[in-house]
Every structure is written in C-alpha cells, then in structure tokens.
Design a protein around this ligand. Structure first.
Ligand code: PEP
Ligand code: MN
Length: 360
C-alpha cells in the first residue's frame, strides 16, 4: 500500500492537512434545518456539506425526500456559508437538476450502484462533467458491480471520480447496520489505487455511538476521508435518526481521531517494519503449507468414504470441530466470527476435495 497514489487527483488538489470530511444531514427536511446545520458546520474542518434530497427508501411510506426544492436550499448554503455542497443523484433527471443548480459533488447511492442500467443512465447524463462524482458500494458485497459503476463513469469522460464505502447488507445478525467487509474495500483500493476512497461510518454502523470506532479503522486502513451524517436534533431527524451525530459531537470525533501517516522515512522504523513483515511472510507460508497438508488428509478420508460408499458431509462431526475451534481460538485472542468464517472456508475446500475423489 506504500506510495498508494501515483496520479494527482481532485483530492490532492485540495491540499488538505487532514482527511476529507463530508458532513450534513441524511435528508434535507426544511430550509431552516438545512441552513442551521450548515452554519453550525461552517467554521470546522468539514469540506463538503451533504444533504439528501431524493431519498432512496427500501420500503415505501418512509420520508422520500423534499425533491428538487432542496436544491435551492443547497444553493443558499453556498451563498451564506461558502461551503461546497453535495447530494445523491439516482437518475438522469436528478443529474440534470443537480448540475443546473451547481451542486459541487454528486454521489451515487448503494441502491443505484447495483443496477448497471441506472449506472449507465447516470453516466450518460454526467458525460464530460468536471464535478466530483463518488460511487457508493452496492448494497450487496459484489466488488464487480462497484468497479463496473466506476468504469461506466470513467468511460463517460468523468475524471474527478472517487468511491464511498458504506458497508453491505446481510442476513446475518450483526452489530452493524451494514457489515463493513473491510477486505472488499481493501481489494477496491488495490484495483483503483489512485481513486480517493471515502468511508461512510454512518451507514455502516447505523448507530452514532460506533461512528468514532469505525472512522478510526477506516483511517488506519488508509481511507482518504469520511462522510458522517450530522443533524442538530438527530433523535428527531426524518430519516436515519439513530446514526446521525450533532455538529458538536462531529467536532469531538474529528478531534479524537488519530490521523496516521501512510509511512515514515525514519530508518529504524522501516527496519522494524520490514522485520515484522518478514515474520508475517514466514507464518503465511506455514499456513499455506499446513492447509495443503490438511487437504491431503481430507483426500485420504475421501478415499476411505468412497470404499465404503459413505456420504461426504458428516454434520455432527463438523459441528463438534467448530465448537472446539471457537474455544481454542478464543484462548489465542481470535474472534468467534473469524474462526467460523475461516473454518467454514476450510471445510468447504475439504468437501470439494472429497467430492472430487468420490466422483472420480
Ligand atoms: C445516504 O447517504 O443518505 C444514503 C441513502 O446512503 P446509501 O446509499 O449508502 O444507503
Ligand atoms: Mn442516511
């Protein structure tokens, strides 16, 4: 990840001495609300003021946004506070209006990124714009859809691009509203190392008490900025009430965040780091080696089962192994979530090996 960016981007041109901060309410509710929050954020490190005016709601009956009327309020924000503004666009008509009203940054929401038709429609409408356009990850953990969305915009000649990681929906019980699946965001960074990547802890957590913790993880993973929903009266917000923070909590969060450098030229540090990395490489090789050995044993089991015509999957034994490994893992400081994920993957690979042998 060193020297991540080789190309200068719109974000480098801002010459910030801190990560980019986008803040403002989930939804624009009234003109007074929009302006009041903007004034409270005006003299802080916030770089862009957000407010959703077209709100994609999963179920009908919830507040669906004030619509185009909100564009006038955002214009007023610019006039009165000098802040740059941003909002979500979800179709060609939104794009046309947002450009007409000179919104500075547009983002594409998670429910739009899932649809290649919508992404293409938005890309066509944005053709050649020099506005900043950020693409949120799709609601489902599908890296290709996210990459594809970016590629469609790039092909439409949009150069000031970036992405927002807002987590992924899941059936599994979780402390998050949308599980972060950090490895997907890291993979995204690897694919597009020059693209600014912003984290959205509000939609990941769904809970204002967890915003600081998730923001810190994002900064530790080299994210370039944060988008944090902010409202003067979060409890009574018309949408996403549980996750919004007040302007004063936002300021506190920004103070509490430890901003880490991407690297340090100091020789001693680099020596220590290289040494630790070499140790990691050794252990990683051992892990691969052990997994290979484990699969050889699984092949042996497959042969035995084949001889006796016994089913590959033995649920009882598998549940016993899992229970034991969760306990063993706990003793070594490994989380239950990790152990379950890892052993499910190992088990699946064993089954694949045995299937191959049995059906040979
Ligand atoms: C939002 O930012 O208010 C929003 C609706 O986000 P997402 O598309 O990530 O759900
Ligand atoms: Mn929201």
């Amino acid at each position: 990840m060193e020297n991540k960016k080789e190309m200068r981007t719109w974000l480098d041109d801002m010459n910030l001495d801190h990560p980019l901060v986008i803040a403002g309410p989930c939804s624009a509710e009234t003109e007074e609300q929009v302006l009041r929050i903007a004034h409270e954020l005006k003299d802080t490190d916030v770089n862009y003021y957000r407010a959703g005016i077209w709100k994609p709601r999963t179920r009908p009956g919830n507040f669906e946004g004030v619509g185009a009327l909100g564009l006038k309020w955002l214009q007023k924000v610019k006039e009165e506070t000098g802040m740059k503004t941003c909002t979500e666009v979800a179709n060609a008509a939104h794009v046309k209006l947002a450009l007409e009203y000179d919104v500075d940054l547009l983002w594409i929401g998670a429910r739009s990124t899932v649809s290649p038709f919508i992404m293409q429609e938005i890309a066509d409408a944005l053709q050649g714009t020099d506005k900043i356009v950020l693409v949120k990850n799709p609601v489902n953990p599908d890296l290709s859809l996210w990459l594809g969305g970016i590629e469609r915009l790039y092909s439409a000649g949009i150069k000031n691009l970036g992405a927002i990681h807002r987590g992924f929906s899941t059936y599994e019980k979780s402390k998050y509203r949308n599980i972060p699946e950090w490895q997907l965001a890291i993979e995204f960074q690897n694919r597009f190392p020059d693209l600014p990547l912003i984290n959205d802890p509000s939609h990941i957590t769904g809970n204002r008490d967890m915003i600081l913790e998730v923001s810190q993880t994002a900064l530790d993973l080299n994210f370039d900025g944060l988008m944090i929903e902010t409202h003067f009266d979060p409890e009574n917000a018309w949408s996403d009430a549980a996750q919004q923070v007040t302007p004063s909590s936002l300021i506190q969060i920004m103070k509490d965040l430890r901003i880490r450098k991407e690297s340090d030229p100091e020789a001693e540090y680099n020596k220590d780091l290289n040494n630790l990395r070499a140790q990691i490489d050794v252990v990683d090789n051992q892990i691969i080696d052990l997994l290979g050995k484990r699969m050889k044993v699984a092949d042996g089991i497959g042969l035995l089962k084949k001889e006796k015509n016994v089913a590959v999957l033995q649920n009882k034994r598998w549940n016993e192994i899992l229970g034991k490994m969760v306990l063993e893992g706990d003793e070594r400081g490994l989380s239950e979530e990790f152990i379950l994920k890892m052993f499910k993957a190992i088990h699946q690979e064993s089954i694949n090996h045995q299937e191959k042998i049995i059906n040979k």
